[in-house]
Design a protein around this ligand. Structure first.
Ligand code: PGA
Length: 255
């Protein structure tokens, strides 16, 4: 059986100017220098990527972007490409976050193009899926997630998909203070893993890390991480403060 290395990722969303990002990243690397057995990533806004990249050099914290466009270059005002993110020091890129789907018109089809472009650029995509509250209430959670996975991962081979991570983020739990119960999260993660097994085979399904996201905080990280199919967390609000994010990263010493 594969042991999946835990991953704690911070999504800073549209917070922090360059000086603020520099200060936060600097404080974080001090606090987590003793963290072992866990991959760590922070995704600052695009403007702060190069600044934060300098701070993260030779530390255990990797850099991620929050979005990319699927063409490498061209007349696409306002967009940033995979090779550009790589040149700014990124190793990861978050794709298909529910806020991108909700406010910026992203669909499973654009998510698919972005995943393909990220992998081609050598970036590790963190692919976000999740149902809204009304979809959950209407018992559509599994069918929505199946559709997001099916269409988002279209045409990808198991080999191409291999580096990718999945993040399950129930939309009703993002920034609301409402976390999915451990049972709800585990049930969905197991379902996502069985989807991956059908789609890519047992070996890939077993090796793929599936993160949970939605109001993760120091108080609930340990119980989430104790579940068999939860391999890490994608943290929004609680990743903005170095103290709080460091506590989440050190969940092992707390449990
Ligand atoms: P939250 O955000 O931790 O603030 O709920 C999570 C996310 O949107 O990735």
């Amino acid at each position: 059986m594969t042991t999946r290395r835990p991953m704690i990722a911070g999504n800073w969303k549209m917070y922090k100017t360059c000086p603020e990002a520099e200060e936060t990243a600097g404080a974080l690397v001090q606090k987590i220098s003793d963290a072992a057995g866990v991959d760590i990533m922070i995704a600052p806004p695009a403007t702060a990527l190069t600044t934060v990249s300098r701070i993260l050099r030779d530390t255990p914290v990797d850099l991620g972007a929050q979005n990319l466009f699927w063409e490498d270059e061209g007349a696409y005002t306002g967009e940033v490409s995979g090779p550009m993110l790589v040149s700014a020091g990124c190793r990861y890129v978050i794709i298909g976050h529910s806020e991108r789907r909700q406010y910026f018109g992203e669909t499973d089809e654009t998510v698919n193009r972005k995943i393909t472009a990220a992998l081609a650029a050598g970036l590790i995509p963190v692919i976000c899926v999740g149902e809204t509250e009304s979809e959950r209430d209407a018992d559509k959670t599994f069918s929505i997630l199946d559709k997001q996975m099916e269409n988002g991962l279209k045409r990808l081979t198991a080999d191409a998909f291999k580096p990718a991570l999945i993040a399950y983020e129930p939309v009703w739990a993002i920034g609301t203070g409402r976390t999915a119960t451990p049972e709800q999260a585990q049930e969905v993660h197991a379902r996502l893993r069985s989807f991956l097994e059908k789609r890519f085979g047992a070996e890939t399904a077993e090796a793929t890390r599936i993160l949970y996201g939605g109001s993760v905080k120091p108080e609930n990280i340990s119980e989430l991480m104790a579940l068999p199919d939860i391999d890490g967390a994608l943290v929004g609000g609680a990743s903005l403060k170095p103290d709080t994010f460091s506590e989440i990263i050190h969940y092992k010493s707390a449990s």
